[in-house]
Design a protein around this ligand. Structure first.
Ligand SMILES: *Cc1c(COP(=O)(O)O)cnc(C)c1O
Length: 406
């Protein structure tokens, strides 16, 4: 095997790329938004459709353990985020899970009215929080401060500190253990959104004593478009929490068809309705590739790739300004650069096979997924980016008209 970039030779994860379908000529720097297709998924999905659904029909709920699939997927994700067996369940979307865990957390701190978050949070988390406050109609306040002001803003009136660990725009990384401890000292609970953490960086929910967490299945976990999200409840809360959506899947005995709701023991009480078996099966299979992977190796390579990227971009693309923290210890697995014409430049880049994305107003965002990217990919991607900027080839009308999804 020929290694054009020397760092690729010592890469313990380099064989993992074979597990993914990556189109010829594409360098994919958007696995933080939609992970690529793991090669084992189509066959597994075909089997679930043809054999399980097609042949075993409704018997599959028992025979093929469909009923337990949300927990089985949850346990696989749990291993990546430092959560004990039985404390993570895969269900619904991240937005819906934010609603459920926030409502559950607020009811555990009924004497307090402040939800604290930061303005680097993903908007849907804030929308859901303010919508919930309005729905509850008990005088809750969503208090939003700058990310660096969160710690000082954790005061004794805060019920819940709700943060996204890795900022979707800049990649800035919050100190989960320190902020959770601060929240607990003030008598508040901590909810962590791991959308850009799960499968990207080592996370230790139990060690950090996080109360609740949620995250996406379709980003670094590669579960496919709209894959089910996940939800974590710390063991201490599992039998005290009440879901705001008391559906039959959270019932102690769904098939007793009782008229009264009794929450089941454990994290499953946060589930609502019939699980999405096809997309859960896809996510379950996608997680195979993580089975023998150490998240510490992923982190090490992620830092190596992103450091190389920053170095090369700063060398070759003086038009761009780093928008991410420079210290890799305070950055997730993505790097963002600001450029006034970032939207058009990203479109031009995508047309040349280097796929990243754009976040308003001027952020070009690049995700680093160590399972299927090499150092050589990084070097090649920057060479194309530099060419686009140098020649001004981004300056064309077709690169400037905004699509619905950026
Ligand atoms: C991607 C992302 C979401 C997306 O939520 P969906 O309900 O899956 O659309 C939510 N929160 C954060 C922090 C994200 O990065």
């Amino acid at each position: 095997m020929q290694f054009r970039h020397p760092s690729d030779k010592d890469d313990v994860l380099r064989t993992k790329k074979d597990a993914f379908k990556i189109p010829e000529g594409v360098i994919y720097l958007d696995g933080n938004s939609l992970g690529v297709l793991p090669k084992n998924v189509p066959a597994r999905l075909a089997e679930v459709v043809e054999q399980e659904w097609g042949m075993s029909l409704i018997k599959s709920w028992n025979e093929h353990s469909w009923f337990d699939l949300p927990l089985r997927v949850g346990n696989r994700i749990g291993r990546l985020i430092g959560a004990p067996e039985g404390s993570v369940v895969a269900c619904d979307s991240t937005s819906v899970n934010v609603f459920k865990v926030l409502a559950a957390a607020l009811s555990l701190r009924a004497d307090r009215k402040v939800i604290l978050s930061d303005n680097g949070n993903f908007p849907t988390d804030l929308y859901v929080a303010s919508g919930l406050a309005e729905l509850l109609d008990k005088g809750h306040e969503l208090r939003v401060v700058a990310p660096e002001e969160v710690e000082a803003a954790i005061t004794e009136d805060v019920a819940v500190v709700m943060l996204t660990q890795v900022d979707y725009r800049t990649g800035r990384l919050h100190d989960m253990a320190a902020l959770t401890e601060k929240a607990h000292q003030a008598g508040a609970l901590a909810i962590w959104d791991l959308a850009h953490s799960a499968g990207a960086i080592p996370v230790d929910l139990k060690g950090a004593k996080a109360d609740f967490a949620i995250g996406c299945g379709y980003k670094y976990l590669n579960g496919g478009p709209g894959a089910p999200a996940f939800l974590y409840v710390a063991e201490v809360h599992q039998d005290n929490v009440t879901s705001p959506v008391t559906g039959w899947m959270g019932h102690e005995a769904p098939f007793a068809f009782d008229l009264d709701y009794r929450a089941v023991h454990g994290v499953n009480r946060m589930t609502v309705g019939t699980p999405a078996i096809l997309s859960l099966s896809s996510l379950y299979a996608a997680l195979d590739v993580f089975e023998d992977v150490d998240m510490a190796d992923i982190r090490k390579k992620s830092i190596s790739l992103s450091e190389l990227f920053i170095k090369k971009v700063e060398e070759k693309c003086p038009q761009l300004t780093l928008a991410s923290p420079r210290d890799p210890e305070t950055r997730g697995s993505q790097v963002s650069f600001r450029f006034e014409e970032g939207y058009a430049a990203m479109q031009a880049l995508i047309a040349r096979g280097v796929i990243g994305d754009f976040r308003a107003p001027d952020v070009m965002r690049f995700g680093f997924t160590p399972l299927y990217l090499s150092h050589q990919d990084v070097v090649d991607a920057v060479a194309i980016l530099a060419d686009i900027l140098e020649t001004g080839s981004w300056d064309r009308p077709e690169y400037k008209s905004r699509a619905k999804v950026t």
